[in-house]
Design a protein around this ligand. Structure first.
Ligand code: GLA
Length: 667
């Protein structure tokens, strides 16, 4: 039950459609035209004021709310609801000029100055005081405005600070975590290189850019930074909530964002919300997008909000390709298919100047004659056809581990057998076969409830918590299927190697120990032969695996580890565990993952559809998306129903033209 989000859905009567609206960039006469065109495009929600701090508080304590009053009234008059933002991602110049200590000192010791955005130190008491101040003023004034539908706190929380405020806050965080200094010395293993601390005052953020600082200290600094940013969110949220309790309050997350543990964050919000900018220049960008969408849904186990996307191209990369005709619509439905209850964009009207003047917008520079406008307008007017699906839940029987501590351990602490792990990519590699074979997937953290799944995939979880290892054992013992891949279970929460043998946390589970990790040499590949005589290639990584209770599924045919296992399988209680000790080719990884899922008896959403078609379910709504630019696909549908976008009756199969979408309400 999420009463605040239910209230939003009721108010909007279905999916939210709209985007960031920055009227302070335009003169008054434009505003009226904006509202007229918004109505034409089916816009029902806009996010106002994200970067408007300087226009709302031009001098400390002097507020100029008049223009925002007008905008709120105008939008309300047009029947458009407002997601009101607190503008604290971009503090006005008077704040940083008058109080330079609010600027973040970065890892290299340089100060991040005014002229961009994110120029705030999240640990600065002065920054927090002003941020909470403007948030409270906005809430005081607009909490009961009839246009107000929800709150958008700040924007894409992000900066990491290393200055004096951060050092002080880090020490406070560490004291809370460890209580006494001896516990910190133990956790950080300061006996190495004689780093023992004797006074709290000696403890500081990890020195950078040297990558060689204490790995447990680096890990704690990641945790601390995520928490420090979250404190900023919570402080503003509470300042706003004081005035009204029934509206959703949230902030917007980013794709594969490493510096904030979104599992912890999502608990503090009324919904998860994501900004996504898949690169239109990459044919498979939808795969990582799907993973991020599933992550958003999983964070709270609920529908989430697509808070920003581009109507066409972005402007921050070297080459910014457009979204070809049909791609924006497809990507929008893809988010909905994975649980989004909105299609929102950055931004409504393309800016004339400023950093992102070439970032596409719902209303582009060339106005309503533009191809991309027409696609936006068409989508906005089409979405009401599936309004009944808003709020519909999804279920999955396959879970994939995606945990920030695992990520930080692997990528942020250096000193590993190889130091080029890419956790998000490895997770995506394991996710892709499931997506392409039409299995529903939830993401889980170390604290996740595993009991509702039949299969758990653990990609490359170098650092795992004890509680998770115990939970995975219980899951397997009770009949679950577990697939674990390379270099997992190696260290504990403090980044200390589990003794007496690798892979410490999972040794019993996989029924084998590893005596040495063997990162591959440049260009080195390996052949793996399976029991049935088939072979696969692998590269990048090997492990010298010694089965104890496991049996061998595939072994190396050559090289130093010839005859040694690359893949093993261990029966564990009523379940089983497959362990992959190398980086398999995409095809072999696909076959390994899918055979485990099939053997576990999990059914795909649809049978026999091609891999470029995506299929998901939200309750009785079946979403089919054809990602191919050229191929038509026929998909067998599990039961009769009605295709809601075209209005046709479905019985048997649905035919999807290239880039087509079908939303079938199954009877
Ligand atoms: C992010 C930000 C927006 C805008 C877009 C497009 O998601 O939140 O303000 O900058 O990227 O680049």
């Amino acid at each position: 039950m999420n009463a605040r989000m239910d209230g939003l859905r009721r108010r909007l009567g279905g999916f939210a459609f709209g985007g960031d609206y920055n009227p302070e960039q335009w003169d008054r006469p434009v505003w009226k035209e904006d509202v007229e065109l918004m109505r034409r495009a089916g816009v029902n929600l806009v996010t106002v004021g994200v970067f408007a701090w300087a226009s709302l508080e031009p001098e400390p304590g002097r507020y100029t709310f008049g223009w925002l009053d007008e905008v709120m009234d105008l939008l309300h008059g047009g029947g458009i609801s407002v997601d009101l933002a607190t503008p604290t991602m971009a503090p006005p110049v008077w704040l940083s000029h008058g109080h330079p200590e609010v600027l973040p000192v970065m890892a290299d010791g340089e100060t991040f100055g005014f002229g961009n955005r994110l120029h705030y130190d999240p640990t600065s008491p002065r920054y927090r005081e002003h941020a909470v101040g403007i948030a409270g003023k906005l809430a005081e004034r607009y909490s009961h405005h009839p246009a107000l539908a929800m709150w958008h706190i700040s924007n894409e929380y992000g900066p990491t600070a290393y200055g004096p405020c951060a050092a002080e806050a880090f020490r406070t965080w560490l004291r809370r975590r460890y209580g006494d200094l001896e516990a910190l010395n133990e956790a950080w293993y300061t006996r190495f290189w004689g780093q023992r601390y004797t006074d709290w005052a000696q403890v500081a953020p990890p020195e950078v850019p040297r990558t060689w600082s204490n790995p447990a200290r680096r890990l704690d600094f990641k945790r601390f930074t995520s928490d420090a940013l979250l404190e900023c969110f919570v402080a503003e949220r509470d300042a706003v909530r004081r005035y009204r309790d029934d509206l959703p309050i949230l902030t917007n997350f980013m794709r594969f964002y490493r510096h904030a543990d979104y599992w912890r964050w999502a608990r503090e919000e009324d919904a998860a919300a994501l900004d996504i900018y898949p690169d239109p220049g990459r044919a498979d960008a939808h795969v990582a997008a799907a993973l991020n969408f599933d992550l958003m849904r999983s964070l709270r186990g609920e529908p989430w909000l697509l808070m920003e996307q581009a109507a066409s191209g972005v402007s921050q990369w070297r080459v910014n390709n457009v979204k070809r005709p049909g791609r924006m619509r497809l990507g929008s439905y893809q988010a909905i298919a994975h649980g989004a209850d909105s299609v929102l964009y950055f931004q409504w009207r393309a800016s004339r100047g400023g950093h992102e003047r070439f970032h596409s917008a719902m209303l582009p520079h060339s106005g309503t004659g533009a191809r991309s406008w027409q696609e936006v307008e068409a989508l906005g007017n089409e979405l009401p056809r599936i309004a009944a699906a808003a709020g519909a839940p999804s279920t999955a029987e396959v879970a994939l581990l995606f945990d920030w501590d695992a990520w930080w351990g692997l990528e942020d602490t250096y000193g590993l057998p190889r130091n080029d792990f890419d956790y998000a990519r490895i997770a995506t590699d394991h996710y892709r076969p499931l997506l392409e074979a039409h299995y529903a997937v939830d993401l889980v953290s170390f604290a996740g409830d595993l009991s509702r799944y039949r299969v758990l995939v653990i990609p490359n979880a170098y650092l795992v918590h004890d509680g998770f290892a115990t939970a995975v054992e219980a899951f397997a013992a009770a009949g679950g299927t577990v697939v674990i891949s390379l270099f997992s279970g190696v260290v504990d929460r403090d980044n200390q190697v589990r003794q007496p043998a690798y892979p410490g946390a999972f040794r019993r589970l996989i029924g084998a120990y590893i005596d040495e990790y063997w990162p591959a040499r440049e260009e080195e590949t390996f052949e793996v032969e399976f029991a049935d005589g088939t072979t696969a290639t692998a590269d990048w990584w090997q492990e010298s695996l010694h089965p104890e209770t496991a049996r061998v599924l595939g072994e190396y045919t050559g090289g130093d580890l010839a005859g040694r296992p690359a893949l093993i399988r261990n029966d564990f209680g009523s379940g089983c565990v497959v362990y992959i000790g190398t980086r398999l080719s995409p095809e072999a990884l696909r076959d390994t993952v899918l055979s485990a899922v099939r053997a576990a008896g999990v059914a795909p959403v649809v049978e026999g559809a091609p891999p470029y078609v995506e299929a998901t379910r939200r309750d009785r709504y079946l979403f089919l998306l054809n990602h191919s630019d050229t191929r038509t696909a026929s998909v067998a549908v599990p039961g009769p129903g009605v295709e809601l976008l075209g209005g046709s009756t479905v019985d048997g199969t649905v035919t999807l033209a290239p880039l087509a979408v079908a939303v079938v309400e199954l009877s």
